[in-house]
Design a protein around this ligand. Structure first.
Ligand code: CUA
Length: 341
């Protein structure tokens, strides 16, 4: 009886309603899955605990979605108005039902709260042997300092696999949010205070990260890269980053050095042994990085030249000014910067 009524009821579904349902069921999850920042492949225990929490909440939500929709459809079919039927008995309030539908959601929220506290604790419990890394958000690039290793870099973070990291998050200007989706996150960098964060990369590889808090006109190009490698490769990278760049002394870079001081590049940028500006990214080993200017360009000599010719063309609003270099000057300076390894 009920099944026949249900079938008859469903037969009334119009084409637009059916299309809308299909769109929700198929298109939305597919789009979400395809997005590059969908954290479905956790690469740290902290990210895994977040993903677990996510699926628990989704599962609970869907169970209740289907229960509520089922009851709703049943009531719509079973008790719908029929021709000639008198108005049904009017009732108001049902204390027992109201208690149940208050108590059950409260119970669910308590369970979700428990799982949430566990996931949050995972992300702020810092291991004693964690590697300290200071993260500073700038409009619009990331500064990474390794205080115990004496290394500073920009936009590209390198870490050894299997070791917890003790992040200290700060901001040089406005609020930014540090986020590597596959490693777990996210956490804000707030001017005037410092936040603490941790994750332990579990597998080697390259990971994409981004600022995930609107922070001004170039928020979209505040990307970053994380390279997780074996402890041996990481140590080799640290050794390389600690060496003073050899390019400074080379005769072929004399013109570049002249341009560097003529344009006061050192007012904003540090190159160890040459200048100590702190406004822009540290360029001591600029040539060893994979991305430029918060990820707006891949780092290679051609792109570095184009960037130096007209930074505002690639990143309007960036604090890197147009120095009005001619082609030859931009090429000379780009060669020098790419040689800083
Ligand atoms: Cu920094 Cu958005």
């Amino acid at each position: 009886m009920i099944w026949r009524k249900l079938a008859r009821g469903l037969g009334r579904f119009t084409l637009p309603a059916a299309s809308a349902a299909m769109a929700i069921i198929v298109v939305v999850p597919t789009a979400a899955w395809a997005a590059p920042f969908w954290p479905v492949s956790p690469a740290s225990p902290q990210a895994r605990s977040q993903v677990t929490l996510f699926w628990i909440v989704i599962a609970i939500a869907f169970v209740f979605l289907f229960v509520v929709l089922g009851v709703l459809v049943y009531v719509m079919l079973r008790f719908r108005a029929r021709p000639g039927q008198p108005e049904p008995r009017q009732i108001y309030g049902n204390q027992r039902l109201e208690l149940w539908w208050t108590a059950i959601p409260m119970g669910i929220l308590v369970v979700i709260f428990g799982f949430t506290v566990r996931a949050v604790t995972d992300e702020t419990a810092i291991a004693a042997d964690a590697l300290p890394v200071a993260v500073v958000g700038h409009q619009w690039w990331w500064e990474f300092r390794y205080p115990t290793l004496g290394v500073t870099t920009a936009n590209e973070l390198q870490l050894p696999v299997g070791r917890a990291v003790h992040f200290t998050l700060e901001s040089a200007d406005v609020i930014h949010t540090f986020w590597f989706p596959e490693l777990g996150g996210k956490e804000q960098t707030i001017p005037g205070t410092s936040n603490v964060w941790t994750f332990t990369p579990e597998r080697a590889g390259e990971f994409e990260g981004a600022c995930s808090e609107y922070c001004g006109v170039q928020h979209a190009w505040m990307r970053m890269r994380l390279i997780v490698q074996t402890p041996q490769d990481f140590d080799a990278w640290v050794e390389q980053q600690r060496r003073p760049p050899q390019a400074i002394g080379l005769p072929e870079h004399q013109e570049a050095l002249r341009l560097w001081s003529a344009n006061a590049c050192g007012q904003c940028h540090t190159i160890a042994g040459l200048s100590s500006g702190i406004v822009g990214p540290d360029l001591t080993h600029a040539g060893s990085r994979g991305i430029l200017a918060g990820g707006v360009l891949k780092n290679d000599p051609d792109n570095m030249t184009r960037w130096l010719r007209d930074p505002q063309r690639f990143k309007p609003g960036s604090y890197m000014p147009n120095l009005h270099l001619d082609d030859q000057q931009a090429i000379a300076l780009a060669r020098f910067l790419e040689d800083l390894k």
